[in-house]
Design a binder for this molecule. Structure first.
Ligand SMILES: *[C@@H]1O[C@H](CO)[C@@H](O)[C@H](O)[C@H]1NC(C)=O
Ligand SMILES: *[C@@H]1O[C@H](CO)[C@@H](O)[C@H](O)[C@H]1NC(C)=O
Ligand SMILES: *[C@@H]1O[C@H](CO)[C@@H](O)[C@H](O)[C@H]1NC(C)=O
Ligand SMILES: *[C@@H]1O[C@H](CO)[C@@H](O)[C@H](O)[C@H]1NC(C)=O
Ligand SMILES: *[C@@H]1O[C@H](CO)[C@@H](O)[C@H](O)[C@H]1NC(C)=O
Length: 544
């Protein structure tokens, strides 16, 4: 379709969609010449690539599963080590989710640990750790203790009576294989207390309470709490990492009943304790905070979370500079297509995590990744615009888009961006918003057959929607979203990092939304406002 034809079609359909409107929706401040482009829009993406640097795949290009970050201050390089479950299951070497590691110093380039596999599953189908689940590595003296989930998919069978238990392996260093401790009695859910005794007991994490020298082991489990089955976090204590005593339930979801609070992490920042967990049902990442290590746990004071579904099984580490980073994985979709089913494991994604004055948690781009992604400017080629669009600062990509009615979409469209990885930066504000505004990706047209990354002030959130714009309503369930407080006439800083199909949006240095978008790489994109007046200031795209 040539540009003139698509512009005509855009106009007529936009007018036709303006239900109840008596007049054509054609007001425009388009400068002469700016709509004369002849480029067809491109909405067929480049195929998925394995060329990832910011958001790496694992060993042998296998997807990364549940992570176990460890800050190795003594290492000359590769201080940030991110152990993970390698997503192979019954591969040629008979491995089921073995542990491997990635390391980095800047979150822009990663290397695998030279040791390769550091923890193997058992080849014996009767052993508890016939497959591995995630866990946690802690150092005591000169020994590294790896607590891990032994998972046996053969349960129930003649020789396997429990699906999951907590096991121990140790090593004198991090970049080497760990030795399983067969004398350590596998920890199972305490009997006779209403736990799911045979299943759902996994993801150990150890917190050292420096004040008392006591280790606290937390485990994701399921339990009958006063007659209701709930996902819970069980707690144990130990003076020595070897003898563990059950101490009851640390958290049971409170007013929320989660099926499983997966991969829980406990950490302290300042005077506040945080309990981080991933909701197995929605895949969203949540946290609770408390003035005490043992609760009671309260939800954040502001928005209920700082990410969506794209940072699953996330955990953090604190470095020697006092900076905390959070790591998780962005799932794949079957067949590397947006229509495919959700798949476990994916690319490693990292944010910087910090405390707000109200002690809620917030995320932003790691400063090292920011610095690494602004080496050179990527020139933007504007394709076209439609509706009431005003360039507010000559010589920059700065526009106010004003749309007077639902589905009468004002837009600015750009030609596809070439590089596999790049960063977009701008600020965004709005003066009125009856509906939404934001960015279009994979634009087959400028108003309907598009993916939307959108600010929805009426719902105080930012969302990624694959739903065609013409079908979006106030009850549409977003493909992925994050709560985000929005008020008129406030300028929000927006950074979007693109690497192939991983798209990470940072909102005003407080929230992030990481999504898998196979239709993003190499497609037409743009800005839009729908029944809103929104300003996008100084859009710049840069690359390493
Ligand atoms: C175009 O939008 C601006 C706001 O940017 C508004 O002031 C103006 O009235 C609109 N023009 C028309 C013709 O609707
Ligand atoms: C293995 O576990 C046993 C039993 O808890 C303990 O006595 C022993 O010290 C452990 N070995 C190592 C290397 O930690
Ligand atoms: C759950 O616990 C309640 C008591 O709190 C008990 O009456 C009930 O039988 C238990 N249900 C199951 C399925 O264990
Ligand atoms: C740990 O457990 C072992 C064996 O059960 C026992 O001999 C030892 O006294 C315990 N140590 C502590 C510190 O509780
Ligand atoms: C636009 O953004 C770029 C990159 O962030 C910056 O170098 C430049 O100074 C900005 N220009 C204006 C006019 O704000």
């Amino acid at each position: 379709m040539n540009r003139l034809y698509s512009a005509l079609l855009l106009g007529s359909v936009a007018a036709a969609l303006c239900l109840g409107c008596q007049k054509e929706a054609v007001p425009t401040t388009t400068a002469p010449g700016t709509t004369s482009g002849s480029n067809a829009l491109t909405c067929t993406p480049r195929p998925e690539s394995t060329d990832y640097r910011f958001y790496p795949l694992g060993h042998g290009l296998a997807p990364v599963g549940d992570v176990m970050p460890y800050y190795d201050a003594a290492a000359p390089t590769g201080k940030y080590k991110i152990f993970y479950l390698k997503d192979v299951w019954n591969d040629a070497t008979n491995q089921r989710h073995p542990w491997y590691g990635l390391q980095t110093d800047d979150f822009a380039t990663y290397a695998g640990l030279s040791a390769g596999q550091i923890l193997a599953c058992s080849p014996d189908g009767c052993q508890q750790d016939f497959a591995l689940g995630t866990g946690h590595i802690v150092k005591k003296g000169s020994t590294y203790y790896a607590f891990y989930t032994g998972h046996n998919p053969n349960y129930p069978s003649g020789c396997v009576t429990r699906k999951e238990g907590i096991m121990l392996a140790t090593a004198p260093g991090l970049n080497q294989g760990f030795t399983k401790n067969n004398s350590f009695a596998t920890i199972y859910a305490p009997a006779g207390q209403g736990f799911d005794d045979n299943d759902n007991f996994r993801d150990p994490f150890v917190y050292l309470d420096a004040a008392t020298g006591t280790y606290h082991l937390i485990v994701a489990a399921r339990k009958n709490v006063s007659g209701t089955w709930r996902g819970v976090v069980a707690r144990y204590t130990s003076p020595n990492l070897l003898n563990w005593t059950y101490q009851g339930i640390l958290y049971d979801g409170g007013p929320d009943n989660f099926f499983m609070l997966e991969t829980p992490e406990l950490f302290k920042q300042g005077s506040m304790y945080y309990l981080l967990f991933s909701d197995i049902t929605t895949k969203n990442l949540y946290y609770r905070k408390s003035a005490s290590l043992t609760g009671p746990w309260n939800p954040p004071s502001g928005t209920s979370r700082f990410e969506g579904q794209g940072l699953y099984a996330a955990k953090t580490l604190l470095d020697q500079h006092g900076d905390r980073y959070i790591f998780g994985w962005t799932n794949r979709l079957a067949g590397n297509t947006d229509a495919g089913a959700w798949q476990w494991g994916g690319n490693l994604v990292t944010h910087k995590l910090y405390q707000l004055p109200n002690q809620d948690l917030a995320v932003t781009i790691p400063h090292t990744l920011k610095a690494r992604t602004e080496t050179s400017a990527v020139p933007l080629s504007k394709d076209s615009q439609w509706g009431n669009v005003t360039n507010i600062q000559a010589g920059t990509e700065s526009y106010t888009l004003s749309s007077p009615a639902d589905k009468d979409v004002a837009n600015v469209l750009y030609q596809p961006i070439g590089p596999a990885r790049y960063r977009l930066h701008c600020t965004v504000s709005y003066s009125s918003a009856a509906k939404d505004f934001g960015f279009l990706l994979g634009a087959c047209d400028g108003y309907d057959d598009v993916y939307s990354l959108r600010f929805v002030p009426g719902q105080q959130r930012f969302s990624f929607d694959r739903t065609r714009r013409g079908q979006l309503s106030s009850t549409t369930v977003a493909t992925n979203d994050v709560p985000f407080a929005l008020a008129p006439n406030v300028e929000y800083d927006v950074t979007i990092v693109f690497e192939n199909s991983v798209v990470v949006v940072y909102l005003n240095h407080v929230a992030a939304l990481t999504s898998r978008i196979y239709r993003a790489p190499g497609t037409s994109w743009g800005l839009f406002a729908d029944h809103s007046t929104a300003t996008f200031r100084n859009i710049t795209v840069t690359q390493p």
